[in-house]
Design a protein around this ligand. Structure first.
Ligand code: URA
Length: 429
């Protein structure tokens, strides 16, 4: 038996017995997995042990460090000041990055945003941005650094050189149902951001029926853990807890969400929820970049939105990444609508069901161009009145079949009880 195999077996048993690993043991395990000295089965055994026994703060910090240092750590020119990045734990109708990043850059922050693709029922920023003809998200690390220096922000896919151990481990966790462990999630999120060279990180931790963290208590525990791990590793981490019991935007679907985000930057928008959360996240980014106390930069962010500086910065960013915004089509083809079956008040919207419905419909469309236009636009939110026959939701880009209509009907619950509209921004930790 090799020493790597013995280490993996020893650590799995120790974890199951309630033991705590040393940083060297964790670094050794990650190194051995990356070098293929231990196989997926042994690694999964350890992941399962962690999922049931948990990890201490010190262990989570050690895992974060080991994964962050499994590849390149991006270095930023000192003259750019504090580099900030943000991360959402995954939402539906969550187009916050498209607004918050250019707004923060318009206020002087240097935002190096590493983004991902859709995961399960949640959407991905890269998929939304790539609706813009010509826009590239596969920037090389040199292009990424140069663009942040020149424009103030860039949104790009995390290169294969950054935190490769997290990429391998995340794929294994996805296959083996070992995603749902706070320590593993915290280490996964923070290792990528640390590898990207961010000195300060803003985390939008979603909670509710459409989020990976169903309860607010779980979301806050995860948020606090990430702040403490950040502190141990010398990073400022700010956490916002936001509601995902309802889609954040009225739109769910790549091109529709991009359109709604653009509308917010243009001074319009649909419901206020997307704009409100984007302003809070942007404020946290500018505060972090300037070392200011929480909420200090809100006035500057409001002004940047109101006077169009955020929109201007978005145009600059898109242009720098090769995007041709003038060619973006914003006329969407509605295929049908869900009409209210009775008078009443919308009680709840099943966020996960709507996310799943859009993800499934996208998967069923033949071309990737057509898949981008698939989506749902909500016409009523929880707490709003509706009359029988009025539209509750409009479907785009995919055939409005009876089955789809029925799924949508089950996702929007109408009743009679008065309901106060949701406040999406819940707490800043
Ligand atoms: N997002 C991540 O990047 N990693 C996780 O483990 C969960 C959500």
């Amino acid at each position: 038996m090799t020493s790597a195999v013995s280490l993996a077996r020893f650590l799995s048993e120790a974890k199951r017995a309630g033991g705590e690993h040393s940083p060297q043991e964790i670094a050794g395990l990650i190194h051995a997995y990356q070098a293929h000295d231990i196989d997926d089965d042994l690694m999964t055994d350890w992941l399962r042990a962690v999922c049931s026994a948990g990890m201490s703060l010190a262990e989570t910090a050690a895992l974060t460090q080991a994964m962050a240092h499994s590849g390149r750590i991006l270095e930023w020119p000192l003259e750019l000041g504090t580099i900030v990045d943000k991360h959402s734990t995954g939402g539906v109708g969550d187009a916050v990055t498209l607004i918050a990043v250019p707004l923060a850059a318009a206020c002087g922050a240097k935002v190096a945003k590493l983004s991902g693709r859709a995961l399960g029922h949640t959407g991905g920023t890269l998929d939304k941005l790539e609706c813009i003809p010509g826009l590239r998200t596969d920037l090389s690390l040199d292009e990424f650094v140069r663009q942040v220096g020149r424009v103030g922000c860039a949104v790009a896919a995390a290169s294969a050189e950054l935190a490769p151990a997290d990429k391998a481990l995340y794929a294994l966790r996805d296959r083996t149902a070992t995603v749902q462990s706070p320590g593993l999630i915290a280490a996964s999120v923070l290792s990528k951001k640390i590898a990207g060279g961010a000195a300060a990180i803003v985390l939008d931790v979603k909670t509710g029926s459409g989020a990976f963290m169903a309860s607010q208590a779980e979301a806050e525990d995860l948020g606090r853990m990430m702040i403490q791990v950040g502190r141990l590793l010398g990073k400022r981490v700010d956490v916002l807890i936001t509601d995902m019991n309802e889609p954040l935007a009225d739109s769910v679907g790549d091109a529709l969400e991009l359109d709604e985000a653009l509308s917010v930057l243009e001074g319009g928008g649909f419901s206020a929820s997307l704009k409100d959360v984007a302003i809070e996240v942007s404020t946290a980014l500018v505060d972090a970049a300037n070392g200011s106390p929480p909420g200090f930069s809100k006035g500057a962010v409001d002004e940047a939105l109101e006077h169009g500086a955020g929109r201007q910065k978005f145009l600059e960013m898109v242009g720098a990444q090769g995007g041709r915004l003038l060619e973006l089509r914003r006329d969407f083809h509605a295929t049908g609508q869900l009409a209210a079956a009775r008078d009443g008040i919308v009680q709840a919207i099943d966020t996960r069901a709507i996310g799943e419905l859009v993800a499934k419909a996208k998967g069923a469309v033949a071309s990737s161009d057509a898949a981008r236009t698939v989506g749902v636009r909500l016409r009523r939110r929880a707490g709003q009145r509706v009359r029988k026959g009025e539209a509750l939701a409009i479907v785009f880009g995919v055939e409005f079949s009876p089955a789809l209509g029925e799924e949508l009907r089950r996702a929007v619950l109408i009743g009679d009880a008065p309901r106060t509209p949701r406040r999406f921004m819940m707490k800043r930790l």
